[in-house]
Design a protein around this ligand. Sequence first.
Ligand code: F6R
Length: 357
Amino acid sequence: EKGTYPHFMLKEIDEQPFVIRNIIQKYQNEDGTVHLDDDIRSAMKSSDRIYVIAAGTSYHAGLVGKQLIEKIAQRPVEVHIASEFLYNMPLLSENPLFIFISQSGETADLRGVLVDVKKKGYRALTITNVPGSTLSREADFTLHTYGGPEIAVASTKAYTAQMAVFTLLAVDTAKASGIELDFDPIKELGIVANAMEILCDQKDRFEQIARDYLSVTRNCFFIGRAADYFVCLEGALKLKEISYIQAEGFAGGELKHGTIALIEDGTPVIAIATQEHVNLSIRGNVKEVAARGANPCIISMEGLESEGDAFVLPKVHELLTSLVTVIPLQLISYYAALHRGCDVDKPRNLAKSVTVE
Ligand code: F6R
């Protein structure tokens, strides 16, 4: 039930801080440490390469998940689009572990890969919001994202929940491998949940950004570098699927290799700047598009802000920024769709769970 909310999507965006706190609670030991299932732990520890398989928004969570596992647990990870993997399989390592990420647990493209890799004798872990689902039943292990039912077609809380679970998986694998962490993951995820709440309380600001930048445009670009690039892909997907504005996410440095030709007078470019080591370069990219007439909207983070930024996010750990940055992008997409009279919860041509190949 959506209660007093006009749409499930808005309700589900608002639920994100609670989902993160719920995940912390479910995976935390009494002494405040993280410990996942022993079988998952040893599967992660004994694999020499992890292959993440997913589609759509879950694929975007996988890109962030790769970074979390590589940076925290120091294990190599590849992320693949499910529908491509089956027909264009890369050369696999000797002892792979497959991770299937799926909100619904029913996506046919993923199931095709799962059946195939199980046949080959490889182990599979499903990260899903629906533990009884097909992908959960058919994999060797399941990690539950505890997001509660997601009704809106556009995925929101499932995405942040998947990244939170990836964080804990990375932390647990690091611990099992004797890697010392220089941060407390539970504390940092708590800070993320608080930051999400602050953002959800500022909906008017994001509604105004949607009005200022997106009310008449035909297209919109999202640019970012490093982790911000991944969230740009998600921001663009959200915007196009519910508002039907043509939107694309690009790595800031890639624009000059072609895409910048699309910039016209007034083209909205939403730039994300939460990563210290690329802050100067992304701001340089903003200048490049602005010089060609774009209307840039910079979303930065405390400590990295500059005059003229449209919004400054509360500071969170640099590996966890995507969980927070996506909230304004979800809200901006929501309001852009609302202002254009679109059916926010049930966009045209789409189904919540894609059970055909
Ligand atoms: C986007 C969206 C889709 C799904 C994709 C995978 O908002 O909802 O892109 O993310 O169809 O679905 P799951 O995660 O259920 O496998």
